[in-house]
Design a protein around this ligand. Structure first.
Ligand code: NUP
Length: 276
């Protein structure tokens, strides 16, 4: 099933545009889980089982698994397989920010879509569409391409003027106009830059947006939602990782994650409906 169809089905069923980031840092896991042979997986499984009916998608960030070596990568794979087996309509976005020459991208592509079996991936645009072709050729997947990132120093390159236009705007328009032939391109824009979200939405009226930066990074949820909406009040997911998964690191961590997820899902919906 296509990413976009999974996203639509799950977001409708759960009335949700919330994406939970499974950034399951080994060193932040509840201590009692550390006796488990697969602590990151055990943690993810508990979070997923407690939130599956509140989300539109899950987004594991590869860094938190790679840093644990092969055992971490195995647990990332176990997590992706678990979601696919038990909650088969919930799409999984691998946050890995890949981008290399085509030959190497082909291997990154197979790691994501064959080995892990995820539905979407985050990518850098810097090498151009010719290099990203191994990803872009999959009409059933989604390529979320970095456009305006959430970090404090995002503007160093992204705001540089090309002609008179900031680079991130060139990226947004170019991807919308000429990379999206397979209807599988999305853009990453940080909630910490609401004004830029508004501009990106104008330049790319129909692209899916992946919006991190609320919660721990302090982005403006209300503006992010208002500016990100397409004509149908959809067209985006809001990601939160730490503020949900590490709401508690006690026995009640999954219950507390559910409470935070519920709160954020409902806030997103409130602002979608024009709430002030
Ligand atoms: O611009 C970006 N900002 C960002 O935080 C692009 C991203 N992919 N992310 C990722 O979103 C980041 O790497 C992390 O996985 C997640 C945000 O986590 P948190 O701040 O909600 O804990």
């Amino acid at each position: 099933m296509k990413y976009i169809d999974k996203l639509e089905k799950t977001s409708k069923k759960n009335n949700s545009l919330l994406c939970i980031g499974l950034d399951s840092d080994y060193h932040k896991l509840p201590r009692f889980l550390l006796d488990n042979r697969y602590p990151q997986f055990a943690f993810n499984k508990a979070i997923i089982d407690a939130t599956y009916d509140l989300v539109a998608a899950y987004k594991p960030n590869s860094a938190f698994y790679e840093v644990q070596g092969e055992h971490g990568i195995l647990q990332l794979k176990m997590t992706c397989e678990y979601i696919r087996a038990k909650y088969r309509f919930i799409p999984v976005i691998l946050d890995a920010k890949r981008g290399d020459i085509g030959e190497s991208n082909d291997r990154y592509d197979r790691f994501a879509f064959e080995y892990l079996g995820v539905d979407a991936i985050t990518l850098h645009p810097y090498l151009g569409s010719e290099a990203l072709e191994p990803f872009l050729k999959h009409a059933d997947k989604m390529c979320y391409i970095l456009c305006r990132t959430s970090n404090a120093g995002a503007g160093e390159f992204q705001d540089l003027k090309t002609g008179n236009i900031p680079l991130y705007q060139v990226v947004a328009k170019h991807i919308s106009d000429s990379w999206n032939k397979n209807k599988n391109c999305g853009l990453v824009v940080g909630a910490t830059y609401a004004r830029e979200i508004k501009i990106v939405r104008k330049l790319a009226p129909s692209l899916q947006l992946l919006i991190p930066g609320v919660g721990a990074q302090g982005g403006d949820l209300k503006k992010a939602v208002q500016y990100a909406m397409d004509k149908s009040g959809e067209g985006f997911v809001i990601n939160a990782s730490r503020s949900i998964i590490f709401a508690s690191n006690d026995e009640d961590f999954a219950k507390r994650a559910r409470e935070e997820a519920l709160k954020l899902r409902d806030q997103i919906n409130y602002f979608r409906k024009g709430g002030k």
